[in-house]
Design a protein around this ligand. Structure first.
Ligand SMILES: [Zn+2]
Ligand SMILES: [Zn+2]
Length: 331
């Protein structure tokens, strides 16, 4: 087999998104459960390399090799090509080809348009290794524009309150800001300190986010009617006391689960996901024409069952992941 169940490409002794340091790694994207520091050599898109170096330091791997989307790289007789995954900036699917066999590892992906990430491209293959974070029929994500419209309506209806939107710092925060801008919100957006570096990097890499300001040294009353973006943990701790009567919001695919929103004390849940929903997962399996599907990263069983019903060979892949900075928040 070209790829084993640890996402190890044996012929070139290279792992995809390994959870422990390896001599050679291909990294699909910058989230901490995929990109770790300490590998000998990292192959990734230029944006992913920039994100890793911003988060973990420029020396977080022995060496880096940047590979642009759509450009095949031949290593011995194995060809590697990265294709956009549409999940966050720089996120890639990995196509591995060897003697006519095609394997695609999706990493995390979504198919809805998002101007903060290169748009998803379908890649046909024989073996598809797909994530299934939202791999249950109950997950049908609404359009993000609808959710942003709800947020803006709440801001208009509550001019004396500040709106604190909990967002994961990499990917979600920038997407929510871009959605707000595209919906016509051109007031300053205030940021928790944890957001500043990555928003700055996105801007540097060409994603315009408008007027962003640190939520520091601003008189309390001035936050009335304003939008503040912060990590989900911060909106519930002492940090949030600096804002007048904050409306606690959170943007995540998990916000469709009402109990989760309630437990997280979220007053205004926004269902904005950076992963495929159930329908998109099915559509992808179908369109790749893969005969074999391995399902990982979430709710494997339902998608495995569905694939088998379609006559495909399907297996759950229980990869060990270390979700040290809140895997759920990345959803
Ligand atoms: Zn991710
Ligand atoms: Zn992930």
């Amino acid at each position: 087999m070209l790829l084993d169940r640890n996402l190890h490409i044996r012929a070139i002794d290279t792992f995809i998104d390994p959870s422990v340091p390896r001599e050679r790694a291909i990294i699909t994207h910058g989230h901490a459960d995929h990109a770790r520091s300490g590998h000998g050599a990292v192959l990734a898109t230029p944006d992913t390399i920039a994100i890793m170096q911003t988060r973990y330091g420029v020396d977080c791997a022995g060496r880096f090799q940047a590979l642009d989307f759509g450009v095949p790289l031949l290593i011995d007789d194995v060809s590697i090509t990265l294709y956009p995954a549409g999940h966050i900036l720089g996120s890639a699917q990995v196509l591995v080809e060897h003697k006519g066999q095609r394997v695609v590892v999706t990493g995390d992906y979504k198919r809805l348009a998002d101007r903060t990430a290169q748009p998803y491209e379908l890649v046909r293959c024989d073996l598809l290794v797909t994530e299934a974070t939202f791999g249950l029929p109950v997950f049908q994500h609404p359009l993000p524009q609808t959710e942003i419209a709800r947020l803006l309506k709440s801001v208009r209806d509550n001019p004396e309150r500040s709106h604190l939107v909990g967002c994961y710092a990499l990917g979600k925060a920038q997407r929510v800001i871009a959605l707000l801008r595209d919906a016509g919100w051109d007031a300053p957006i205030y940021l928790h300190g944890a957001m500043l570096k990555l928003c700055g990097l996105y801007e540097e890499l060409g994603v315009t986010l408008g007027d962003l300001r640190p939520a520091l040294d601003v008189p309390r009353a001035d936050f009335a009617g304003q939008i503040v973006i912060a990590p989900p943990s911060a909106i519930r701790d002492r940090w949030s006391r600096r804002f007048p009567d904050p409306m606690v919001c959170q943007a995540s695919g998990w916000m469709s689960v009402k109990q989760r929103a309630r437990q997280a004390l979220v007053e205004l849940p926004l269902v904005i996901s950076d992963h495929c929903d159930w329908g998109e997962l099915q559509q992808t399996v179908h369109e790749t024409e893969a005969a074999t599907v391995w399902v990982t990263h979430g709710r494997e069983d339902a998608l495995v069952y569905w694939c088998r019903q379609q006559g495909l060979e399907a297996q759950p892949l229980h990869l060990q992941r270390f979700e040290d900075d809140g895997g759920e928040e990345a959803a």
